[in-house]
Design a protein around this ligand. Structure first.
Ligand code: SF4
Ligand code: SF4
Length: 365
């Protein structure tokens, strides 16, 4: 049994996984808390989370022979490169390099093949599969879930991609990380710029910057937008303030090294949609689509308070997407100019104009 454990660990490390831990398979730990979270609607429009509940709550619904969960971690902690300043927006660390869905997904596929060659049956995935990967990581002792709802290895890092593989062999489980590693700390809860936490371990995604700048195709509620500050793609605040994160101590995969830690906002607004998608091919930045990237860039331009950006917000007025035009209207209001649309524009733009006239768009200048 020990040999198989060592063998699986060695194969995983050879495929680029730094952390490899094991747990016995049963009902998914924390499924009840996940159900509660969904019941409150905190997942917003992420309706794919509502599917495959049976598998999420017990992996044996997909793979009846599953006996052991192999929890895997790939670090992506890299110091933020120097700030170029000017009209640039911040990108969350996970998206600085190649799309981890490709990188980690491919590594997982290769590892699955290796394990099958050893005679094991295997099923698993990353965050796109119906698997509560944080729950299995905690169960296997690969860190703990903090009050921030982010998984971290105490004293080391929370900058880590997670993956889980289920195998049909009984492998000795690793011990869970004992004791509470958050203690009295509440830094993440209080630092969140949009007050997305309803309490410890409780995140309302509908108030999270990551949700609105990556997952959603809509324009975020007006009252949240100023809180986005300079974040143009995701947000790292709850992890940056966590005392368990230190200077990176592990080399990251070359493909995860920073390529786009900052976004040139003027360039994004000026670019054609096609060129934008081409520019970010193979990176997570394509996820919100070209319109989503422009929407995000316009909100950041509004928040930066540089009136010279009005030249670029004006360019976005003619964009085909009402979400982009609405973001441009809001940004103009933030930059102190009443948007000048008139006539038959779609509701989203009219709403921004009305909000400006009601004084609901505070100037950033
Ligand atoms: S990612 Fe940012 S907005 Fe979302 S919960 Fe963390 S601090 Fe709040
Ligand atoms: S910032 Fe503090 S409370 Fe939040 S996850 Fe880290 S240790 Fe826990």
């Amino acid at each position: 049994m020990v040999n198989l454990k060592q063998q699986v660990r060695s194969l995983a490390i050879a495929r680029g996984f730094h952390a490899v831990r094991f747990a016995s398979v049963g009902h998914t730990p924390t499924q009840d808390a996940f159900d509660e979270w969904m019941k409150k609607g905190f997942h917003g429009d992420l309706s794919w989370m509502e599917k495959n509940r049976d598998v999420r709550s017990d992996p044996r619904a997909r793979m009846p022979s599953a006996r052991t969960a192999v929890a895997l971690g790939v670090p992506y902690d890299h110091a933020r490169p120097p700030d170029p300043g000017g009209r640039t927006g911040l990108v969350a660390r996970y998206a600085w390099g190649r799309d981890y869905h490709n990188l980690v997904g491919k590594a997982l596929k290769k590892l699955s093949r290796d394990l099958r060659e050893q005679g094991l049956s295997v099923w698993g995935g990353i965050d796109t599969a119906p698997i509560l990967e944080r729950a299995w990581a905690s169960e296997a002792g690969l860190g703990v879930t903090g009050k921030s709802c982010v998984q971290f290895i105490p004293g080391r890092t929370s900058w880590m991609f997670l993956a889980v593989l289920f195998v049909d062999a009984e492998i000795e489980p690793d011990p869970r990380v004992q004791s509470d590693h958050c203690g009295t700390c509440t830094r993440c809860l209080t630092a969140c710029p949009t007050k997305a936490y309803t309490g410890p371990f409780s995140l309302d995604a509908r108030r999270c910057i990551a949700y609105w700048t990556i997952e959603s195709r809509e324009l975020a509620p007006r009252e949240l937008r100023a809180g986005f500050g300079r974040w143009s793609f995701g947000c790292d605040v709850c992890q940056e303030v966590c005392p368990h994160n230190h200077d990176p101590d592990e080399p990251v995969h070359p493909d995860l090294r920073p390529r786009t830690p900052y976004l040139d906002l003027d360039a994004i607004v000026q670019s054609t949609d096609e060129a934008l998608l081409e520019q970010f091919r193979g990176t997570p930045l394509r996820r919100p689509g070209a319109a989503g990237l422009k929407r995000n860039a316009l909100i950041t331009l509004g928040n930066l308070g540089d009136a010279d950006a009005l030249e670029f917000t004006a360019m976005a007025r003619t964009h085909a997407s009402p979400v982009v035009r609405g973001a441009a209207a809001w940004a103009e209001g933030r930059l102190g100019r009443r948007p000048t649309w008139s006539g038959n524009d779609l509701d989203v733009v009219r709403e921004e104009l009305a909000a400006f006239d009601r004084g609901e768009v505070p100037s950033s200048l």
